[in-house]
Design a binder for this molecule. Structure first.
Ligand code: SF4
Length: 460
């Protein structure tokens, strides 16, 4: 049994959890990269951004030293543009679509340039948006994650007063509680939430959980409309023997622990097995290694061709010294005296394609055992089905049913992970914008979601 904390020196924790993608080292480096952009007329990078940021425009603004205008271009489409520049899987979005890939050259570092502009805006507290006159309308939002904050900012810009009800003690949702600390620190997340809400007209009430401290009926009675953006959060069970042994944790709780307590206080094993190969699995595996685990083995039941994480994420885990066992399916967590000692796995092979179109793993008939003192489950998350059911919302397996962000209950809208079951942060931001547009229509207000007027100094 070797699960313990305080494995490293303070300097080692600091080094292991420092920024994995450092920013430009100065204005000149940013200008060199920005000047490579071809300003494509039919920019494929922009089409690959779920929030449709005008990428060639913001890059052009950097080349002319109009960083404030550049930040405005980004943030009017994606108010979490600073956070997204650190956590977006850009290799499969904007940068993956950059025409330079077809020229066999490095794509424009769009995320790094986005970070350059947006972080300057945050550091210098540029107020790039002004609120329209008060409309007298009040909207309640459940969840201060990317969808809720994005919806709130659009509504606040349009003169609507917003109150966000958040069950945690900080805003940011997945960004604050569910992403590796070497991508975004809790301090950065707090600053981003403060920057977003600094527009005014947005109040966040923390420690307020739907179904416990507040009810949907109460919110509907007190506000003109309600937006639900409470995400997903329950870790999916594996339903295999031994799952409740001491030393088995789910990746969401493991990462949550890392984000809410000092790194040195987060327990980790000597020999850690991570089950799954999505982004959360990678975040858990790399952080277990960086916390001082001697061995981290990722167990995945398919092959590299079907993996849900990106190659960049996989490379990060491999560079950190994590191992990947392909075509291995967990069958039983083994233990002694109530604590984990290993994992029995089936060796798989690929069969015919399943409903997802990917070749399905089937048992080869062989088994093997891996030794471990900690098993981290990262097999996905499930929606808050009980809570959704208790609110009398129509749903599919706990995912809130919507038609264009409109739920089955009048005046109640929803978007983001609680609707789609969990996608990227940037998808949730767009869902918040879409929800705000639907609410504006419901309230009989004319929205200019994409045409916010910048303060004069922000214009080119
Ligand atoms: Fe610039 Fe690449 Fe986008 Fe073209 S595709 S506008 S080169 S970032």
């Amino acid at each position: 049994m070797a699960i313990s904390n305080n494995r490293l020196t303070a300097a080692e924790y600091e080094r292991n959890f420092s920024d994995v993608h450092p920013p430009f080292d100065g204005r000149e480096s940013a200008l060199v990269e920005a000047n490579r952009c071809l300003m494509c007329y039919d920019a494929p990078c922009m089409k690959s951004c779920p929030t449709s940021i005008d990428i060639p425009k913001f890059i052009h603004q950097i080349t002319t030293d109009n960083v404030k205008g550049s930040a405005h271009t980004i943030l009017q489409s994606n108010i979490m543009g600073a956070g997204c520049s650190r956590v977006c899987p850009v290799e499969k979005l904007c940068e993956g679509s950059c025409v330079y890939n077809f020229l066999h050259e490095a794509p424009i570092p769009i995320a790094k340039l986005q970070r350059y502009s947006t972080e300057m805006a945050m550091q210098r507290q540029w107020q790039l948006f002004t609120r329209k006159p008060e409309t007298g309308k009040r909207v309640a939002i459940v969840g201060a994650g990317p969808a809720g904050l994005s919806c709130a900012h659009v509504l606040a810009r349009e003169g609507v007063d917003v109150t966000i009800f958040e069950k945690e003690e900080s805003g940011g949702g997945l960004m604050t509680y569910g992403i590796a600390a070497y991508k975004v620190t809790p301090e950065f997340c707090r600053e981003e939430v403060e920057y977003i809400t600094s527009i005014g007209g947005i109040t966040i009430r923390y420690g307020q959980e739907l179904g416990r401290s507040i009810s949907l009926t109460q919110l509907r009675a007190e506000y003109d409309a309600v937006f639900l953006g409470f995400g997903v959060g329950l870790a999916r069970r594996l339903d295999i023997p031994g799952e409740d042994l001491e030393g088995v944790v789910d990746a969401i709780s493991f990462i949550y622990g890392l984000r809410t307590q000092p790194l040195a206080q987060t327990p980790v094993g000597d020999r850690v097995i991570v089950i799954g190969l999505g982004m959360t699995a990678i975040d858990a595996a790399t952080q277990a290694k960086r916390l001082g685990a001697k061995e981290v083995t990722i167990v995945y039941r398919r092959t590299r061709a079907e993996m849900p994480c990106t190659q960049v994420e996989l490379d990060l885990a491999l560079l950190d010294g994590c191992k990947v066992l392909w075509l291995a399916a967990p069958e039983e967590v083994l233990g002694t005296d109530g604590a984990v000692t290993g994992l029995r796995c089936s060796q798989m092979r690929l069969g015919e394609p399943d409903a997802s179109g990917r070749r399905a793993p089937v048992h080869s008939g062989e088994e093997f055992v891996l030794e471990a003192d900690m098993v981290i489950k990262a097999a996905g998350q499930t929606p808050f089905e009980e809570m959704v059911e208790a609110c009398d919302l129509q749903h599919t397996g706990g995912k809130v049913a919507v038609s264009g962000n409109v739920t089955s209950i009048g005046g109640v809208f929803a978007g983001g992970d609680c609707v789609n079951g969990g996608r990227e942060v940037v998808d949730a931001v767009q869902a918040g914008k879409d929800g705000a547009a639907a609410i504006m229509e419901f309230l009989g207000l004319h929205a200019e979601v994409k045409k916010n007027v910048p303060t004069p100094e922000a214009i080119i």
